[in-house]
Design a protein around this ligand. Structure first.
Ligand SMILES: Nc1nc2c(ncn2[C@@H]2O[C@H](COP(=O)(O)OP(=O)(O)OP(=O)(O)O)[C@@H](O)[C@H]2O)c(=O)[nH]1
Ligand SMILES: [Mg+2]
Length: 355
């Protein structure tokens, strides 16, 4: 997942690290930089003999990647020290389809975290860079969305309406989330709200049958509002925890279809509107999410097909751009191929994960 972005961010981490090492070396008293570069040695205690040369430690060769340590004095990083590395990072993010406002926010965050004075005994510049990148990315990624927690703290049935453009994975996501919630001990009913596309009712019926989830359906061509109204009624009378409402794919530019969605909204009164798009669509997914959020509203986002997305730009930008959390990521075609979006995990994986 997002392998291309991971590789580029790890290269950016190294590049920023080298810039800071150079800055640190230039601030060392004569001769100290060379010795530190040769033998970083163990962490030193804060001692009054500032500026003493680092000991020629017996641990030479024990660290293969040479790292300058910020020892018992300050490292002062200027804007100039990181300017080139930051503009390379900016290009990297834009090339990875990270939206411009999100890119700007990440660069500003890294700059804020790096430029200035640092005085952490024994911290390597790499740890400093890693911390700066992590907190900048986390700020942009937002908080995620704990669906189980939401359901537990709201009146039942919790009604969730899924929207989005054609073919992005709405129906599959409804099935996957149904399986996920069942696994968490909730009861679920699905409303077959796509009465428009031929085969759509059968498709959701097959998923629901395999998963042992009740599905409420009408005939092809029926009013989807009526189907979803019935689904909510069923859930209320059977004390079902969650209603998952599938809908037909539509573009926000199709006024009649958006009016239909508006009617669905008025009739079923969803607690959550979830916008589904595919991670592989990159910036297009972010733009479409903004439009849906503006026209019909969105409370959270699911990005599907992350297994096919190397660039990762949509996943990085979508929450920051539309101001709504990314809730799940779809990672394949199986029912279990869905993971709650946990920003801290994603950031660790991007900055520290292996190939
Ligand atoms: N690789 C991969 N494929 C996915 C994922 N999610 C959905 N798909 C596939 O994407 C295709 C379209 O999925 P659907 O769930 O039918 O999409 P939809 O948005 O409901 O489509 P419409 O109802 O026609 O608008 C199917 O072949 C799914 O198996 C995912 O996370 N990864
Ligand atoms: Mg569908």
């Amino acid at each position: 997942m997002f392998a291309g972005l991971r590789e580029k961010l790890q290269a950016a981490r190294d590049r920023l690290g080298s810039s800071l090492q150079a800055a640190a070396a230039s601030q060392e008293p004569e001769g100290q930089a060379a010795q530190q570069a040769a033998a970083p040695g163990p962490v030193q205690e804060d001692r009054p003999d500032e500026g003493r040369p680092a000991p020629a430690s017996a641990s030479t060769g024990f660290v293969d990647k040479v790292r300058v340590l910020i020892r018992d004095r300050e490292l002062i990083v200027s804007e100039r020290d990181v300017a080139d590395a930051l503009s390379e990072l900016e290009m990297t993010l834009l090339e990875s389809d990270v939206a411009l406002p999100a890119t700007d926010a990440i660069i500003a965050g890294v700059r804020k975290n790096l430029v200035g004075k640092h005085r952490k005994i024994g911290e390597s510049v790499d740890a400093l860079v890693l911390g700066a990148l992590k907190s900048a990315l986390l700020e942009v990624l937002g908080s995620g969305f704990d669906l189980g927690g939401y359901i537990r703290t709201h009146d039942r049935p919790v009604k969730i309406l899924f929207t989005g453009v054609n073919g992005t994975g709405k129906t599959t996501t409804v099935a996957k989330i149904g399986a996920y919630l069942k696994g968490q001990g909730f009861t679920v009913v699905i409303g077959a709200g796509d009465t428009y596309r031929a085969g759509a009712i059968e498709q959701i019926g097959v998923h629901a049958g395999r998963l042992g989830i009740k599905v409420i359906q009408h005939q092809e061509g029926a009013d989807p509002s009526a189907v979803l109204f019935d689904t909510v009624q069923y859930a209320s009378s059977h004390k079902i925890d969650v209603v998952l409402a599938d809908t037909a794919g539509r573009f926000h530019t199709k006024a009649n279809l958006m009016n239909q969605l508006d009617k669905i909204k008025r009739v079923m009164k969803p607690d959550l509107i979830v916008y589904v798009d595919e991670a592989v669509a990159g910036n297009d997914a972010v733009t479409r999410a903004s439009e849906f959020n503006r026209t019909i509203g969105a409370d959270a986002v699911v990005l599907t097909k992350a297994d096919m997305d190397s660039r990762g730009g949509a996943a990085i930008s979508i929450a920051h751009t539309i101001g709504k959390p990314l809730m799940f990521i779809g990672t394949g075609q199986a029912y279990t191929d869905i993971i709650p979006f946990e920003p801290a995990k994603v950031v660790d994986e991007l900055l520290e994960g292996g190939a």
